[in-house]
Design a protein around this ligand. Structure first.
Ligand code: 7PJ
Length: 253
């Protein structure tokens, strides 16, 4: 899954793709590099970021989506109105950092044929990195994902449409992220696991590198996630990550 942020303040690509045409070009480039899914988002969920309005989110996402709807596009949103518009315009997947907990979100995806990624987040983006605490981070994230998979199924979204994501960096310290990565196999909840570690601050913590210098760290994280059972890697650097996947597959066939 290749990432295209259509936000002015995304920390990892410095808002480079806020320009509409640049976002479209980047989406096409990632698909050409071998991304199976292109994930586009108009709400920055960077720690401490301010929420955007539904209209702002639509204004960012829809013009880009309309130009790339021939690709397998995932839309990163927690807003039911954005989900509906995106699905009408041909999105194949909804990537919800709130795991369909917003009122109306389940209903927005239920009768569509889309895939849905259910992600764990503790708290809200604005405040989630202020001293997050868990008694048992692996157990708590797993219970949440199990509960959301069950809720989605009970609400009419078939298991075959679901993926689950521990939400690295979403209300988690670097130590929490590393435990989750190390114990990733324990997070199997019966649906494909998504892992988003690309360029995240935990890599900065470990390597001391700025976001635009975290490629090697991101590739190491990608391999560890694959070894832990992740089946969808959400990444900025598709070409390089494809080589990691190829090496991992070669060893495992
Ligand atoms: C994730 C995401 C992630 C899923 C972001 C960033 C922050 N969606 N959206 N998983 N992260 N499913 O790209 O660094 O980890 S936004």
């Amino acid at each position: 899954m290749g990432v295209v942020n259509i936000t002015p303040d995304s920390f990892s690509d410095g808002g480079r793709f806020f320009d509409r045409q640049k976002a479209i070009d980047q989406a096409r480039r990632l698909a050409e590099e071998g991304a199976h899914i292109v994930d586009i988002g108009g709400e920055s969920t960077r720690p401490g970021s301010a929420p955007v309005s539904v209209q702002q989110e639509l204004d960012r996402v829809m013009p880009v989506l309309e130009k790339i709807a021939d690709l397998c596009v995932s839309v990163d949103t927690r807003r039911p109105d954005v989900m509906k518009a995106a699905l009408d315009a041909g999105a194949a997947m909804i990537n919800d950092i709130q795991a369909l907990q917003a009122p109306g979100a389940l209903e927005a995806v239920r009768d569509r044929n889309c895939a849905v990624c259910l992600m764990h987040m503790k708290g809200e983006p604005a405040t989630m990195q202020q001293d997050p605490h868990y008694d048992d981070v692996v157990g708590e994230v797993k219970s949440f994902l199990e509960e959301r998979v069950a809720a989605a199924q009970a609400g009419g979204v078939a298991r075959e449409r679901l993926a689950a994501d521990p939400g690295f960096g979403f209300g988690k310290t670097a130590a929490h992220n590393l435990v989750l990565l190390k114990k990733l196999t324990a997070l199997d909840v019966g649906v494909p696991l998504v892992a988003g570690l690309s360029r995240k601050s935990t890599i900065g913590r470990i390597t001391g590198r700025a976001a635009d210098e975290r490629l090697a760290g991101s590739l190491a994280m990608a391999l560890l996630a694959l070894q832990g059972g992740a089946r969808i890697l959400r990444v900025h650097d598709v070409k390089e990550t494809k080589d990691v996947v190829a090496v991992w597959e070669a060893v495992n066939t």
